[in-house]
Design a protein around this ligand. Structure first.
Ligand code: SIN
Length: 318
């Protein structure tokens, strides 16, 4: 997909680097692996430019690859900036299939560009491929970064420049033989929205002096859902609260998350605000946004047994 792992320095690094420059065929020459490798370049971008349309294409490709009997596992390169969103998306649309067919989808990237003398990409890529080859390791969707393996849902970028950028994300200790806990109660994969069918969901942040009048604009733009990046345990300023209450009264979907970064959101706020919203559990705002988009889309899907978006989102949160 691109990212820093496929990045190149500008003027010897003097002006930083550009992500998404090196083709996957070149990157995969670094892989030491006995199995034949099939390269697919779906995009080669800085992951700040990721789109829902690309997620749709990626999800379809993953499902095809998981169903292909000639493919034993998939390694995907991706920029770390939005890796956690793509990881959660894949977990929700093909994590169940991956476990059912006993295959792994491993997402990896890098914090230093490909031509940096201490580039971390080759090591991450080789560890990701080694994990695919490790028959004793659990199947499902995982991330590999900085020598650690993360269940997809646990990944959260927490440092702007450290090689250990997913610091504080709970890693999986394969050496202790621990299986990842199934944190979601979703018992099947969610449908993948087609390119033009993604519900529009926006993130609104609470802060000192937060206002609620921009919510009117979102309604006019056809926004169907809002994720509140609340303060503390998902709290909201009374002015913003008024705008969000009006949004829900008009049928908008609201989920409360927190801008804090660690910890869970209670199902209700003790001051009674936004009582018709759902708490995002341990999902941070960008991940809660993806989950809400998929829940809204699945609630329109005839095959989803007429579950409401609230039912589906609550199952994702587990
Ligand atoms: C990106 O997310 O594409 C750039 C940053 C990175 O990969 O670390």
């Amino acid at each position: 997909m691109g990212g820093t792992i496929a990045g190149l320095q500008v003027n010897g690094g003097g002006q930083g680097y550009l992500a998404g420059q090196v083709p996957i065929e070149t990157l995969s020459e670094q892989i030491k692996c006995k199995l034949p490798i099939k390269n697919i370049q779906l995009s080669n971008i800085d992951s700040c430019d990721m789109t829902e349309a690309l997620l749709s294409q990626l999800g379809q490709k993953m499902v095809e690859a998981l169903q292909d009997p000639h493919i034993v596992g998939i390694v995907m390169t991706h920029g770390t900036d939005t890796m956690e969103e793509t990881a959660l998306f894949l977990e929700l649309v093909c994590g169940y299939l991956a476990k059912a067919v006993g295959k792994k989808v491993i997402i990896t990237g890098a914090m230093l560009p490909a031509d940096h003398p201490e580039a971390d990409g080759p090591d991450n890529l080789n560890k990701a491929v080694a994990l695919v080859e490790d028959k004793g390791a659990p199947s499902g969707v995982f991330g590999v970064m900085g020598g650690k393996v993360f269940p997809a849902r646990n990944m959260s970028k927490r440092h702007t420049s450290s090689i250990d950028t997913f610091v504080n994300s709970e890693a999986l200790h394969l050496d202790q033989g621990r299986q990842p806990k199934d944190s979601t109660k979703v018992s099947e994969d969610l449908p993948i929205p087609s390119i033009d069918n993604w519900p529009r969901v926006e993130i609104v942040t609470n802060h000192i002096g937060a206002k609620g009048d921009q919510i009117e604009v979102y309604k006019k733009l056809g926004v169907q859902g809002i994720v509140l990046a609340g303060t503390g345990g998902g709290t909201v300023h009374h002015d913003l609260n008024a705008g969000l209450e009006a949004f829900m009264k008009d049928g908008g979907a609201l989920v409360r998350s927190s801008r804090v970064g660690l910890g869970k959101i209670p199902s209700q706020l003790s001051n009674g605000r936004l009582s018709a919203s759902l708490g995002a559990g341990d999902l941070n705002p960008p991940k809660a946004r993806i989950a809400l988009q998929l829940a809204l889309f699945a609630s329109l899907d005839a095959k989803a047994n007429a579950l409401s978006w609230q039912d589906i989102f609550a199952r994702i949160v587990g």
